[in-house]
Design a protein around this ligand. Structure first.
Ligand code: 4LM
Length: 407
């Protein structure tokens, strides 16, 4: 099943390669857009500069607020996500913090799912909470829990689906409906913010499903080659303008460099074919793991045994490149298996051409205490794998020989 049906007569890959830049225009006709390596932009007159600062005249003013290379990238990703506008950041955490600082103030409440990437969890519970924002974590795999939890202080509903690291899914459409029904009450507007890092718009488009903002650690699949740290967000033009003018400009300053914008655009050109192969390879690896006697449990949304398989089929067009699993013998056996791998690389991060494996409890989710991990559904023995683009038989052969160490 190919997810190339964006709201256009052209396909997903065509937009990923051409959106917002016409290489036939002008005298130079460079195939790729130029990288505007500039920190600032000249004004024709003091009056023009003042008008631009007031937002009365369009144009670029200063690199922390906008840059023509980033502008192409932002428009391109917005198109792919089915959103009005996009915004680029220096990292995924830069996107998350810029969005939250924009829409929250002391006394507000952020409702989040119980399972989140470790630094997102740390930012919410140790960062935002320090500034008087109430953080309430609930199990969003059951959308009904959200209606019960929304209060007149709720301003953001935040979730990852699939969640890092244990692959739990949340129903974006159902949650967005519940949130926006509550919009009319005393609390004003609730922003539903979905971290779409694991899927990319090729697989899942949260804004089309009713969410207000989709964001990415673009360090992962969007960049796709493990050579940049970057973040992206998409949403309505009004919301993206606010995040640009408040969270990004005045609070985090987490702007993407033009060079990295170019590298991300290079990655996005091949997003469709890379995601197709990531998903194919992951399905084969997940099936292999599920049938292996040393493996206790495999969490992969594409397996019929996955406990939210129906929801996966409803909101994802493919099942992604991420797998979580547990081996028999728990954390110690998991360590032996991971240390025996030769081709599969022990590293955090995900979405690269290389297959990467890591141990969430001691790495990406070490920001949770052991008690918090237990309460938030992150088991100590869980192993996380980002299935890469190598020849799948070679990936499976390496995992097989490593599993032999523990049977
Ligand atoms: C990792 N993840 O899991 P930057 N959202 C999600 C993520 O997985 C991450 C971020 C945001 C990992 C990094 C070490 C779902 C990061 C944060 O790293 O700031 O681009 O994104 O291995």
């Amino acid at each position: 099943m190919k997810n190339n049906k964006i709201n256009s007569k052209l396909g997903f890959a065509t937009h990923a390669i051409h959106e917002a830049y016409d290489n036939q225009q002008g005298d130079i006709r460079s195939l790729n857009p130029p990288i505007y390596m500039t920190s600032t932009f000249a004004f024709n007159s003091v009056e023009q500069g003042a008008a631009m600062f007031e937002g009365e005249e369009p144009g670029f003013v200063y690199g922390r607020v906008g840059n023509p290379t980033l502008d192409i990238l932002e428009k391109r990703l917005a198109k792919l996500e089915g959103a009005e506008a996009g915004l680029a950041f220096a990292s995924g955490m830069g996107a998350i913090t810029s969005i939250c600082w924009t829409f929250l103030q002391a006394g507000d409440e952020l409702l989040c799912d119980i399972t989140l990437y470790g630094c997102t969890f740390a930012y919410f519970t140790h960062g935002l909470a320090k500034f008087g924002v109430k953080i309430t974590a609930i199990d969003m795999t059951n959308a009904d829990n959200i209606a019960a939890a929304i209060s007149d202080k709720t301003k953001i509903i935040y979730l990852e689906t699939p969640a890092n690291p244990n692959m739990r899914l949340c129903d974006i459409e159902a949650i967005s409906q519940i949130a926006h029904q509550a919009d009319n009450a005393a609390n004003g507007e609730i922003k539903v913010v979905v971290d779409n890092t694991y899927c990319t718009p090729y697989i899942q488009r949260p804004v089309e499903l009713g969410a207000d903002i989709a964001l990415h650690s673009a360090t992962k699949y969007l960049g796709g080659h493990g050579d940049i740290i970057a973040g992206m967000a998409v949403g309505s033009s009004d919301d993206m303008l606010r995040v640009r003018a408040e969270g990004l400009k005045d609070m985090t300053g987490a702007v993407l460099s033009p060079m990295d914008a170019m590298l991300m655009m290079r990655g996005i050109k091949t997003l469709e074919i890379r995601m197709e192969r990531h998903c194919q390879n992951a399905m084969k690896v997940a099936t292999f793991l599920e049938n292996h006697p040393a493996v206790e449990q495999v969490m992969y949304p594409g397996l019929p045994s996955f406990n939210q398989y129906d929801l996966a089929k409803k909101q994802m067009s493919l099942f992604g490149g991420m797998i979580a699993f547990e081996v028999k013998g728990g954390i110690e056996a998991g360590r032996i298996m991971m240390n025996a791998l030769n081709l599969v690389t022990r590293a955090v991060s995900l979405g690269d051409a290389e297959t990467l494996i890591e141990h969430p409890a001691s790495m990406t989710h070490a920001t949770y205490t052991p008690e918090e991990r237990a309460a938030h559904g992150i088991s100590e023995g869980l192993v996380r794998m980002s299935v890469g683009l190598e020849t799948v038989e070679d990936i499976i052969a390496d995992i097989a020989q490593a599993l032999d160490e523990i049977v």
